[in-house]
Design a protein around this ligand. Structure first.
Ligand code: ZN
Ligand code: ZN
Length: 161
């Protein structure tokens, strides 16, 4: 019996994804695969990113190890709840968002801060209500006017911001 092929995933090493800020002062690593990858078109993400939307890669909270001390800006989303936006105080790179909904269970990381962001394909889009008029969205993804609160389970938390 070939035991290695009998249980191919039993001893598989979970992937480790690394990332960090533009200047290198902050680095992080996450173990395993993301539970969701979501675009956020909310106006605060547009302003924070200086772009049309943010791309958020969501992992279980305990999968993340942050090296360095990110600066924090306490933002508020349209729910009125605080959203802590973590960024590098030296170079300004947005790194992580922590909302009261997501932070207890999830680490929400900015896709562009990963060393290899191309490996993460978005599966949903949030706050489509404020998406740029020129944005052509992908029909293969789920779309929500605002938060994805109609989902159940772990993806029921609003992963925006
Ligand atoms: Zn930096
Ligand atoms: Zn947002």
């Amino acid at each position: 019996v070939d035991e290695e092929t009998a249980m191919p995933t039993e001893n598989a090493t979970p992937p480790i994804h690394q990332g960090g800020c533009l200047c290198g002062a902050i680095r992080y690593s996450v173990v395993g695969d993301p539970v969701a990858v979501s675009l956020c078109h909310c106006v605060n993400c547009q302003r924070n990113s200086g772009s049309a939307f943010s791309v958020n890669v969501i992992f279980p909270r305990n999968a993340l190890t942050m090296h360095g001390s990110p600066a924090v800006y306490e933002d508020r989303g349209d729910t009125g709840e605080i959203v802590r936006r973590l960024f590098c105080g030296t170079c300004g790179t947005p790194l992580e968002s922590q909302s009261v909904f997501s932070a207890p269970i999830c680490a929400v990381l900015k896709a562009g801060s990963f060393d290899n962001p191309a490996q993460f394909t978005p599966d949903s889009e949030l706050y489509c209500i404020s998406a740029m008029p020129w944005w052509t969205d992908g029909s293969e993804r789920k779309h929500y006017d605002r938060l994805n609160i109609d989902d159940a389970g772990v993806t029921g938390s609003p992963f925006s911001q």
